[in-house]
Structures are given as C-alpha cells and as structure tokens.
Ligand binder design. Structure first.
Ligand code: GNR
Ligand code: NI
Length: 174
C-alpha cells in the first residue's frame, strides 16, 4: 500500500466533476487500498479520489472510533437512491480544507447504491455521522467542498486563509 498526497483548496482539481469507473479491477482496488491507508494516516474518516488527484467516482469511509475494529467502506459510482426530508447539522472538517471547521446542514438519512471493493452492487442506509460523511464524500465527486455550503463571506474568508498559508509555505518571505 502507499500513501498519496492530499490536495488542498484552492486547487482547481478539487472543482472538477469526476468520471464514473467502468468496473472494479485490480488497479481500482489498489487505488481504494491506497486511499484507505492515506485516510487512516491523515487521520480522517473519509476520502474521495479527487482529493488525491484522481478524477474518478471512488470514495472510502471508516467512521469506527479509535480502539474499535476498523470498518472500511469502499464505494465506486455511488448514487443517492433516496434522501430524508428531515435535516441534520454536523460540524464538518475536510482534509482538503485543513484546520477549518463549520456546521453544515444536510439530509439526516440517505440510501446510497454503489459498487463495493468486489464490484458487487450494494445499497446502504445511512444515518447520523455516516449519512453526513457519505454526502460529504459524494460532494467531492462533483467538485463540491463543505465550504460551498457556507455563506460566500465564510467561504471566501477560509479560502483566503488557505491561499495565504500555501504562499507562506512556498515562499517564507511572504
Ligand atoms: O475526516 C473527516 N472528518 C469529517 C467530519 C465531519 C464531516 C465530514 C468529514 S470528512 C473528513 C475527511 C474528508 O475530507 N473527506 O473528504
Ligand atoms: Ni473532504
């Protein structure tokens, strides 16, 4: 397995709409495994392929807490089959928006259909944190970040800080 570099906003590659995969082959399984390792090391509870520069509809999730057995979920070509009418609010963060957190409103429950690591079509009913993370990761596949759910003022404030800290890292004179 290998760790992959995670892109940080504002990076134009995070804004692209990712393409579906044709199916799950060994190369795609390797990508899923590398994404899981990258996510566990970060650490994070989800990761979408566009965050590692791969514009394909692939994501991984593990919301198991520290000390609990790992519970990795791999999804290719995920689609929302249904969403609840009622909403839930969670404080979200993103590995591509480091050190910024904000409350985001999303449907409280979703049903998602996807290809698993073996290429088998599955459906998953998610609520609570899992429902939020599934939607957060699926947003990445459409070039949407959690900050796109905030007011323009909050989003621009965060993006300005991120480009400043990138410039400072590239050129300490700034
Ligand atoms: O690690 C992550 N934590 C998190 C917390 C609340 C809502 C969503 C997330 S996903 C995030 C990892 C990430 O950036 N996935 O794209
Ligand atoms: Ni994210």
């Amino acid at each position: 397995m290998a760790q992959l570099p995670i892109l940080v906003a504002p990076d134009p590659r995070l804004k692209l709409k990712a393409k579906p995969v044709d199916g799950v082959d060994d190369a795609l399984r390797r990508l899923m495994d590398d994404m899981l390792e990258t996510m566990y090391v970060a650490p994070g509870i989800g990761l979408a392929a566009p965050q590692v520069g791969v514009s394909r509809r692939v994501l991984v999730i593990d919301i198991a807490k520290e000390g609990e057995p790992k519970a990795p979920l791999c999804m290719a070509n995920p689609e929302l089959v249904s969403v609840s009418d009622d909403d839930a609010v969670y404080e979200e963060g993103c590995l591509s928006v480091p050190e910024h957190y904000a409350e985001v409103v999303r449907p409280a429950r979703v049903t998602v259909r996807f290809l698993d690591r073996d290429g088998i079509t599955r459906e998953l009913d998610a609520d609570g944190l899992l429902a939020t993370v599934v939607q957060h990761e699926m947003d990445h596949l459409d070039g949407i970040l959690f900050i796109d759910h905030l007011s323009n003022l909050k989003r621009n404030m965060i993006l300005r800080k991120l480009s400043k800290s990138r410039k400072a890292a590239t050129d300490p004179a700034l």
